[in-house]
Design a protein around this ligand. Structure first.
Ligand code: SF4
Length: 357
């Protein structure tokens, strides 16, 4: 059961209040480089990203937002640290949301000005607590960097915004430690009805970071906690979007693109399954239609999984049986298996488009 939260809206994307879990990412381009930033936003959108965040480290970046926003195909959240004036420039530039860090934006006067400007433009503010930049005062009060310090830091900043008459708030309490992340969000979720943006911060490389994010974000989502996610990877941000959808699909929270089921292979396998699966995965990454594709090595579990899936291949000796919607369609040679599989997938995509119209 998902926990019911209040709803905020970033551009045309609803967050919380039972809306689908929104997928976010963050540009790696220099925000002052308008062309590169707009190009990467389009790449993220093509991968299914729904909101992107842009770093605003200085006045040049803040000013560039006025040029970027009208050209962007995604709602933009400006990421602000240290200097509230950058937030005001970003708001004037037309951003759809702000992320502020209470650990480094403590000037009450600045927060009041940000709240006022955001209220006038009806844009939400995410209070983004990060274990690496947690407020010193909070660390001392709660005896270290722990879930209490994280959750209370977020709530204190939310209260400050509320004192300014601002309630369009989203919260996050990210740590690079997935366990601390889980404990912090659990506590925070018990303290508030504001929507929660989930993430394991600085999670690491594509491989390690995806696993750490899947554990941290996945555990919370499985408990019904969380309204929007960002997988944070030291990689092309398009990979963050792919990883985010893989997590959401695994929990049946969003259907976007295909799910690939493949067996680990074993001594029974008599086809070159690993090479074939890699090729299938690559080609499936360009497909948006939700469907389950099974590629299995042999007749033990192969036909069963392949039948359960929308479409599948079950290996034999140098050949495969192609299954579609639970029925064996035909035998195909190993050499032509991928081509035959994708010919059927193209048919299924066409059928699904025709049903939608
Ligand atoms: S499906 Fe067949 S080949 Fe694949 S792991 Fe199972 S027994 Fe081995």
């Amino acid at each position: 059961m998902r926990r019911i939260t209040k709803q905020v809206q970033v551009g045309d994307v609803k967050i919380g209040g039972g809306a689908p879990i929104a997928v976010q990412s963050m540009n790696t381009t220099k925000t002052a480089d308008v062309e590169a930033t707009v190009t990467q936003i389009s790449e993220l959108a093509a991968a299914g990203c729904e909101i992107t965040r842009l770093a605003v480290p200085d006045a040049d970046a803040a000013k560039a937002l006025a040029e970027i926003c009208p050209k962007s195909v995604l709602p933009i959240v400006a990421d602000i640290h240290f200097d509230y004036r950058l937030a005001l420039t970003a708001i004037n530039g037309g951003v759809n949301g702000l992320r502020i860090n209470p650990g480094n934006l403590r000037e009450d006067e600045g927060l009041a000005k940000i709240a006022k400007a955001a209220r006038i433009r009806s844009i939400p503010i995410r209070v983004g607590v990060n274990s690496g930049s947690l407020d010193r005062q909070m660390i001392e009060e709660y005896g270290g960097i722990n879930e209490e310090a994280m959750a209370h830091s977020a709530m204190n900043a939310a209260r400050q915004l509320e004192d300014e008459g601002f309630f369009d708030i989203c919260l996050s309490v990210k740590s690079s430690d997935p366990l601390l992340t889980i404990k912090s969000y659990r506590l925070l979720s018990d303290m508030t009805e504001y929507p929660l943006h989930l993430g394991v911060t600085e999670a690491g490389t594509l491989w390690e970071g995806t696993i750490r994010s899947a554990v941290g974000i996945g555990t919370l989502l499985a408990e019904g906690i969380g309204d929007t996610i960002r997988v944070s990877l030291t990689a092309d941000p398009v990979e963050e979007v792919r990883a985010a959808y893989a997590i959401l699909r695994a929990l049946k929270l969003r259907e976007q693109g295909p799910v690939l089921i493949s067996c680990p292979t074993c001594g029974r396998t008599e086809v070159n399954l690993m090479t074939l699966v890699r090729e299938v995965e690559l080609r499936l990454s360009k497909i948006k239609t939700p469907l389950t594709v099974a590629v299995m090595g042999c007749v033990v579990n192969g036909p069963g999984e392949a039948r359960e899936a929308d479409i599948g291949l079950a290996g034999g000796k140098g050949q495969f049986v192609l299954f579609k919607k639970g029925c064996a369609v035909k035998k195909v040679s190993e050499e032509h298996a991928v081509e035959e599989l994708f010919a059927e997938i193209r048919h299924m995509e066409a059928e699904s488009r025709a049903e939608e119209q």
